[in-house]
Design a protein around this ligand. Sequence first.
Ligand code: NI
Length: 225
Amino acid sequence: MVIQALLAASLALTPIPATTVQAKIDCSRVKCLALTFDDGPGATTPALLKTLKRAGAKATFFLVGKRVEQRPEIAAQAVAEGHAIGNHTYSHASLPTLLEDEIVEEIRTTQEIIQQATGQQPTMFRPPYGHTSDRVLAVADQNELAQVLWTGTTLDWQLRDAKKIKAAVLRLAKRDGVILMHDTVPATVKAMPAIVKELKKRGYHLVTVPTLLGGKGPKPGVSYF
Ligand code: NI
């Protein structure tokens, strides 16, 4: 009994690596696509998680620190359901305009908040607005973070229409692609059941970014996509 209790305690304390690769899916053999959602967690994130769960799809969420503070349980739920998470700064600042100390603060605070909420320390980071620089990438490297950009952006926040967002995703979808959307845009969440259905029909496996990288990444200080 004592051994079991100790074992349970040590398991509870063991941090789960945020890069957990989905078992069974080998993107060098099958057609994969990574759906990524920025700026959450938000009020519409639980509905999105429900859609993804129902479809057996995995995604990657780039979380904003101050929003994780407001909804830590949704960040934890995303992790528990097998999605990957990344750091999207604390205040959604355009990082290259900040002083070095401020960039460090944006990244580190968010690492801590996400760790506290989910038990995981992100290994990926996405700069808000895609604004980055050598200085930003160096800070990411110092914090053991890979920079993850995208191959296609839907501009869903601008479209704000489920049909248009669906059309944008289908146009941008390609093998090993990384699609940028926002779980904070209600029309995106509304469009998602039809999007995942169509993507699966087209033969895509919807995977996390670490699964897409197939164990070759994410590596700290490296910029992807
Ligand atoms: Ni963003």
